[in-house]
Design a protein around this ligand. Sequence first.
Ligand code: AMP
Length: 216
Amino acid sequence: MKELKHFILVGAPASGKGTQGRFLADTFGLHSLSTGSLLRREVESCTELGRKALSYMDRAMLVPDEIVNDMVRGWLSEMDHGAWLLDGYPRTVAQAEALDHFLNQRGTSVDVVVWMDVSRELIEQRIMRRRECSTCGYVVQTPEEECSKCGGKMVSRKDDNMEAFARRWKDFEAMTLPVARYYEARGLVVKMTVSEEREPADVSRDLARKLEEYRQ
Ligand code: AMP
């Protein structure tokens, strides 16, 4: 049986990565890193890194590989032997190669890549409804005003509008789908195809079953 300690979650914006990421973290006891959330925190704290990242994020563009690679390496170095999940990274093949190189040097590797394959139509519907907690980052698919986790204020993300979505989708197809294929060629992918709205708990159940099969 394969040991599953190092997870990667790949998927378009609003494909359910955040929700399934939390499920995986709870089920497998993983420390998780969402590069998007970390970047947004850097922006809010007005750090040097946040300032650099903001000019790209404001235009719904990918932040340059070197910035994100450094950030992720820093985080992974602190993880040491822990089990982890990366959500929203790698987003380009260059990032995937940099990650492989970094892990190889430390004598370790990615164990499994969960690919959330969700149709564009479904994602468009979701994006217009999505709200995120400005305090804890909790994401919901309904236009709520108060966070059910911490009571914080729920807001629309700046990049959740159709124009920004069109750009992010284009980047996703051009740059991130090749990442899924990069890992697929290595036999590391568990693919979840979602073509119509389903309860997150049902998707999690399917995902758990597929991971069990993959592990054998
Ligand atoms: P997300 O919350 O994952 O949708 O990320 C929000 C924004 O952060 C993206 O639109 C990018 O500008 C930036 N970002 C997050 N992760 C990455 C990454 N791996 N590479 C480049 N930019 C990223």
